[in-house]
Design a protein around this ligand. Structure first.
Ligand code: CTP
Ligand code: MG
Length: 228
């Protein structure tokens, strides 16, 4: 028994500024969402992949993955990322561990998947991130109120890995308490549970704006050059 991947892909991609969902943008003839799903297909520990898609994109998403042996279900997303993931969680069969990963992060490495899965088996909640590069200051009314020591700060990525029971409990509590969050870990933190952190890498970007597309092309080129 391995883990189950949940991949939300039901956003609008507004900040990208295209007239269609950014996860369908193709780089070298492969859509971003296909690159993301491929990373999980290539991981022997991943047993099944479930996706959230926009209602009007359900058919095109199902066509895209009709030949994928691991994509076991594609469900309708919701208004926010959190709603999309909860909708998937409620429909999949119970399992041991889930890795929740943004559809818009196509460069998650096999190393990160391995680290998360090995750790979540014993720890229940494990996220990944990288050290902050810039100095971060808290600013209030146009004046610095605090400089936060950089070594204490992490930029958080996905995947985030949880035991199934814990993440279900966290989502149920968030719904009951009307808690709105931008990552899954926050809901587990709100339960007072420990969340462990492993190191991600700087290639594991979320493709959000046009600049990220340029970065994505350069990552693909660098990886291709390394393999010739
Ligand atoms: N997502 C989702 N359901 C939503 C909103 C977002 O499944 N209602 C997914 C996106 O498809 C993406 C991931 O969550 O894979 C991270 O969200 P983000 O990068 O913010 O994507 P979008 O919401 O599509 O972009 P934007 O905020 O610019 O509109
Ligand atoms: Mg968004």
């Amino acid at each position: 028994m391995g883990y189950v991947a949940i991949i939300p892909a039901a956003g609008l991609g507004k900040r990208m500024g295209y007239d269609y969902n950014k996860i369908f943008i193709q780089i070298n003839d492969i859509a971003i969402i296909q690159m993301t799903v491929r990373q999980f297909e290539n991981d022997g520990s991943c047993d099944a992949i479930y996706l959230a898609a926009r209602k009007d994109e359900l058919d095109s998403m199902r066509r895209l993955f009709s030949d994928s042996p691991k994509v076991k279900g594609i469900y309708e997303g919701g208004k926010e990322r959190q709603d999309s993931i909860y909708n998937v969680l409620k429909q999949i069969p119970p399992c041991d561990h889930v890795l929740i990963h943004d559809g818009a992060r196509p460069f998650v490495s096999q190393d990160i998947l391995f680290e998360l899965y090995q750790n979540v088996k014993h720890k229940g909640a494990v996220i990944c991130g990288v050290n902050v590069i810039d100095t971060i200051k808290k600013v209030e009314d146009g004046k610095v109120s605090e400089t936060i020591p950089r070594e204490e700060l992490f930029v958080v990525h996905t995947p985030q890995a949880f035991s199934y029971d814990l993440i279900m409990q966290a989502y149920e509590a968030a719904e009951k308490n009307d808690l709105k969050v931008t990552d899954d870990s926050s809901m587990v933190e709100a339960l007072g549970k420990e969340v462990h952190v492993v190191t991600s890498n700087y290639d594991n970007i979320k493709i959000t704006t046009m600049e990220d597309l340029i970065m994505a092309e350069s990552i693909i080129k660098r990886v291709a050059d390394q393999h010739v």
